[in-house]
Ligand binder design. Structure first.
Ligand code: GLA
Ligand code: ZN
Length: 688
């Protein structure tokens, strides 16, 4: 059932993470190995940022010296650890940036950078496109034979845009292949707006501050920024592919990945997912990130390939780069690790193994302290988790979630709304998607995060909040889903434009208007901190509910059922705010504003009305105190692993209808007298 190659440590899943012994004298390494083994670490990620170090002496393009890396590899191999080998191209050598300035990015202000930082090479630089894959290939050639090599890690957290002349030239080539002729581009982008008509591709420049951009998200011709985002996503992916191909030349077996990030908007990860053997990502919530927001991103990472993923990095205790780097409370790191696993993580890895003594990460948490101390709470909690994961073995690996509800997630819509001047600066795509996800999460309804062209036919309900950009293929996909019996929810800001940010004519949400039986005649931006009462008829009538940010003023068809109207005193009081409409065998639900939690609950009540727990993919034999997370992974043979986790740090109770085994304690639970379990603060049970 899996569509990904997952690295493993043999009898258990990968447990470990980034290890940077280059920062330490040779004599510390053996002691580090002893401590990592004590913590049940079975894998280390090596060589993430060592490019400059691999070319010591009088550096040039052809001289490499792998002596130190050989020694590190040898040390961890002798210790019996598996290796995730990075290509070390995530940071550039200083000499190369001096000798080949094209490798440095030009920023949004038009300034060429010099050496410094990391993750900042220009994707169109001929130097970078030559020497990054060259190094990746040399490393692959040298280490591919290792028995304990389990994964290739390309670069690191690839991100950001460049606005240099090489990128401008590559952008023009990219545009030409997309639009063929300049006339077609003019037509597609409506460039006659504000005199933007182009006579040749040479006239088009990256949308930076010197040109058409208002800011990094918006230009006066939104299609320009939108397509520059697409181009940059493709260009960086192109560099990833050059390195991945260089590696695969020597090793076609071992999975190749690069690590993705939380809430990351620069690149379309659905496109990137196609080129990764396995998705991996770095999960760094801050102290106030809602558990549902973390869960949603885990689900999205699973959704990229419809398969389990690697949790490549998390901090065991605190980060250093957040405004407030609160510690994870006792038990919290363990709970978050199992949350990742519950949503599809088949590795649990950290940044990092040993805390740096210097550099900007000296305050970042690690498993071993920088003075070599393991006598810490963090070390003990890591070791406990390592022992538990060792005990679980690989039984859960490869199982997936059996979601019957999907949320459409779309980088293109995210970019399109960000790129729009208006209608409200309060509009935030991630917040809007999470509003709905959070309510499903609260109800323990498992969710697949899918792309807008995914096969939806297996889902009982599909939510597409603020699916702003709807092209022909998407419209056809959504129509056939509803026509075939699906329930589809759309909201204000849905189906506004085509793929070039040109508004659909015929009233939003055209061309899906007949699914919902509504059209948005006007859309009001609600003043900040103001809410508009919503009055539900039937279910939810007793809850005080409201909307905010945007309010569509709808015209509805005669067969559209109005589920809620706007209250209050404004001129649209009494007008429809939430509607339901039959289309084909299915139904379209339209939410004309940003609903608060009470309103969302009423909307979801209607959306899932009549669907049983099993039709919604819920674990019907487990009931829990409010606030606990319940997530089930289902193996190919039907075995169900239900994770109940307290992520809020409040504890709670779990009631079981039938006996199950708690895999972490090995105890039979449920059935008879023991049908209620008490979960301590940040407690976890995995019920088989
Ligand atoms: C990212 C990087 C790591 C490290 C961590 C610190 O995830 O990939 O190299 O800097 O952040 O949180
Ligand atoms: Zn560039």
């Amino acid at each position: 059932m899996t569509n990904a190659k997952m690295p493993t440590a043999g009898t258990s899943i990968l447990f470990g993470g980034d290890y940077n012994p280059e920062q330490w004298p040779r004599q510390t390494w053996d002691e580090d190995m002893r401590l990592l083994k004590e913590a049940h670490v079975n894998s280390v990620t090596l060589n993430v940022f060592s490019w400059a170090l691999l070319q010591p002496g009088q550096p040039d393009e052809d001289t490499y010296d792998f002596t130190m890396l050989d020694d590190i590899v040898d040390t961890v191999t002798k210790a019996g650890l598996t290796i995730v080998m990075a290509t070390s191209t995530g940071a550039l050598p200083a000499w190369m940036t001096l000798k080949h300035p094209d490798i440095n990015r030009v920023d949004f202000q038009g300034r060429r950078h010099r050496h410094g930082g990391r993750h900042n090479a220009c994707p169109s630089s001929p130097t970078y496109r030559k020497f990054a894959p060259k190094l990746a290939g040399l490393i692959a050639k040298r280490y591919a034979h290792l028995d304990n090599l389990v994964c290739w890690h390309i670069s690191n957290e690839m991100s950001g845009y460049c606005y240099c002349d090489n990128c401008a030239a590559a952008f023009r080539v990219w545009l030409q292949s997309r639009y063929k002729t300049i006339e077609a581009l003019n037509q597609a982008w409506t460039t006659n707006f504000w005199g933007h008509t182009y006579h040749s591709f040479e006239e088009i420049f990256p949308p930076n501050e010197l040109g058409d951009a208002v800011d990094e998200n918006r230009s006066l011709l939104p299609a320009l920024t939108l397509n520059y985002r697409r181009f940059m996503s493709d260009a960086m992916r192109g560099v990833y592919k050059l390195e991945a191909d260089a590696v695969r030349k020597y090793d076609a077996e071992t999975p190749v990945t690069t690590n993705f990030m939380l809430d990351f908007k620069d690149f379309d990860y659905f496109e990137w997912g196609k080129d990764l053997d396995v998705v991996s990502w770095d999960c760094y919530p801050s102290y106030d990130t809602a558990p549902s927001a973390i869960a949603m991103w885990h689900d999205l990472m699973r959704g990229l390939k419809g398969a389990p993923f690697m949790l490549m990095e998390q901090t065991p205790s605190r980060a250093n780069w957040q405004p407030f780097n609160s510690l994870k409370r006792p038990g919290q790191m363990r709970a978050q690790s199992f949350q990742a696993m519950a949503h599809g993580a088949d590795t649990i890895q950290f940044f990092q193994m040993r805390r740096s003594q210097a550099g900007c990460e000296k305050f970042h948490g690690a498993i071993i302290e920088n003075d070599g101390t393991s006598n810490t709470r963090v070390f003990r909690e890591t070791a406990q988790l390592g022992a538990e994961l060792g005990g679980l073995g690989t039984q859960i690996e490869g199982s997936n979630l059996a979601a019957r509800v999907a949320i459409v997630f779309d980088w293109q819509s995210w970019w399109g709304m960000l790129g729009s001047v208006g209608p409200s600066v309060s509009l935030d795509y991630l917040t809007e998607v999470n509003r709905y996800y959070a309510e499903l999460y609260r109800r323990h309804i498992p969710v697949d995060m899918v792309r807008k062209t995914a096969d939806l036919s297996g889902y009982a309900a599909v939510l597409a909040p603020c699916l702003y950009m709807v092209d022909e293929a998407t419209a056809a996909n959504l129509r056939s889903y509803v026509r075939g019996g699906g329930r589809l929810l759309a909201t204000t800001m849905s189906s506004i434009t085509n793929e070039d940010d040109v508004c659909h004519l015929g009233g939003a949400p055209s061309p899906l208007r007949d699914i919902f039986g509504v059209w948005a005649e006007e859309t009001d931006a609600v003043a900040p901190d103001v809410s508009v009462p919503l009055e539900f008829a039937g279910a939810g009538a007793d809850r005080a509910a409201s909307g905010s940010i945007l309010c569509d003023v709808l015209q509805v068809d005669s067969d559209t059922r109005v589920l809620a109207t706007y209250g209050g005193q404004d001129y649209y009081a009494g007008a429809p705010a939430v509607t339901e409409h039959d289309f084909g065998e299915g139904r379209g639900y339209y939410v004309a504003t940003m609903p608060d939690t009470a309103a969302i609950a009423s909307v979801i009540d209607r959306l899932v009305e009549g669907l049983s727990a099993s039709e919604l993919g819920e674990a019907s034999d487990v009931t829990v105190t409010d606030g606990l997370e319940v997530t089930t992974r289902v193996a190919g043979d039907g075995t169900r692993y239900t994770f109940v986790i307290d992520l809020a740090g409040k504890g709670g109770e779990v009631r079981l209808a039938a006996p199950r085994t708690d895999l972490l304690t090995g105890r039979e639970v449920g059935g008879g007298a023991e049908s209620t379990l008490t979960l301590e603060r940040f407690g976890v049970v995995i019920l088989k």
